[in-house]
Ligand binder design. Structure first.
Ligand code: ZN
Length: 412
């Protein structure tokens, strides 16, 4: 994530002396964030590597490392390779206990909790399956708190809890974690961020976002995608979720409701969707239409998806045809996204991660209707993180505040 520094605006303020002070402070914060983010995403680096990567001079880098050391976020050890004359450059490493976050995921079939330190160090994680329909918000909050307590208790002594992040399968207002609508959980107008904060009783901010948006963030930051900066993540559970990273920045829209691609039109003559419209993408490419196309499976929910996966593994022809038909519709929706966003990578998570081997070819067929130029640049990939992508994204969301301004978070 690129930190924006609007130095120009600061310089145009009425008090030149004060403005220079503010600008210098902003610049220092930006530089600190740049060094910390590099270590967070790439691991340890020598001082001289940090100097050449950031383009800052040696004394500035030394000063920034000193500040990060004082904040308990990094340490240094000797042993860096000699790249020129003189002594080897010290290696700067992150101390994950210096900033730990609690990550939470609320999906249709399970809830999950993890403790994650800066640098992406996962201390512990746990996921429990829940029967569908058991979505009472208060019970869900207390279940999460019960899962979180032992994980928080097991963190190393002296750790610094910096925040909490939560992924939820719904339309979420980013500013305060208010869930406008989570149709597959039956939640509407729910102050989830506040409820989580109250239940967890942690003295840190709780950030909440849509699960697919956080799946995209998780894959972008931790999915081993190298220099990719334009990414679309598509998750399938009951509905279809979509998260977009454009030029390294998550695309949220005004309030955080962007990316509801599951409710875009693919078939005007199709079926009525839960949202009230007809022919939405998820009525053709979601879990329900997949199960509808596999008559051999009579169960529903996760059990049914397990049965479909097993039949596919056994090479059952009608099941493979059903998956292919669903995959073609998936590809048709992806072709719309490719035309709109020109991504480098489209990552398939959730249900599509599980069925990737059986879907991939059909998805390619469905994508043939997109424009040739953007299609030729878009790679379809199976999620590298798998089922935990939104959970890892929730940790990244909570850590982003710290990385953006480590001194302010430490002071808090
Ligand atoms: Zn819909």
């Amino acid at each position: 994530m690129v930190v924006e520094v609007e130095l120009g605006r600061v310089k145009r303020s009425g008090r030149p002396g004060a403005a220079r002070g503010v600008a210098a402070e902003e610049l220092r914060r930006h530089n600190l964030a740049t060094v910390l983010e590099h270590l967070h995403l790439n691991g340890s680096a020598t001082r001289s590597q940090l100097t050449s990567i950031t383009g800052l001079n040696r004394s500035t880098v030394a000063d920034l490392i000193g500040q990060l050391t004082d904040l308990g976020l990094v340490g240094e050890e000797q042993g860096g390779a000699i790249s020129g004359p003189g002594r080897p450059s010290p290696v700067v490493y992150l101390k994950p206990e210096g900033a730990v976050v609690l990550a939470v995921e609320m999906s249709v079939d399970s809830i999950a909790v993890a403790t994650v330190g800066i640098g992406g160090h996962v201390y512990n994680q746990i996921r429990i399956a829940r029967p569908r329909g058991h979505f009472d918000p208060d019970t869900t909050m207390s279940d999460i708190a019960e899962l979180a307590r032992p994980l928080l208790g097991a963190l190393p002594q002296g750790h610094n809890l910096a925040g909490a992040g939560a992924a939820v399968v719904g339309i979420v207002r980013q500013s305060d974690g208010f869930v406008h609508l989570a149709p597959n959980l039956g939640w509407r107008e729910l102050p989830l961020g506040q409820m989580l904060a109250d239940e967890l009783e942690l003295d840190v901010p709780v950030r909440v976002a849509n699960d697919a948006d956080l799946g995209a963030l998780g894959e972008y930051r931790r999915g081993g995608l190298g220099g990719v900066r334009h990414l679309i993540y598509i998750s399938g559970e009951v509905g279809i979720g979509c998260g977009v990273i454009a030029n390294g920045r998550p695309l949220h829209g005004v309030a955080g409701y962007a990316g509801e691609a599951g409710h875009t039109l693919v078939n005007p003559d199709g079926l009525m969707c839960r949202c009230g419209a007809t022919g939405c993408w998820e009525t053709e490419a979601g879990e329900k239409p997949l199960l509808r196309r596999v008559p051999a499976v009579e169960s529903s929910g996760l059990e049914a998806v397990d049965a479909v996966t097993q039949l596919a593994e056994l090479g059952d022809k009608p099941t493979l045809r059903a998956i292919a038909e669903t995959g073609t519709w998936l590809g048709i929706g992806i072709s719309n996204l490719i035309n709109l966003f020109n991504p480098e990578v489209v990552v398939l998570g959730g249900l599509y991660h599980r069925l990737f081997d059986y879907l991939e070819e059909a998805v390619g067929k469905g994508m043939e209707r997109s424009l040739a130029a953007p299609r030729s640049m878009a790679q379809i990939r199976r999620s590298a993180i798998g089922a935990n992508a939104p959970l890892i994204g929730a940790a990244e969301l909570a850590l982003a505040d710290l990385i953006d301004n480590p001194a302010a978070v430490a002071a808090r």
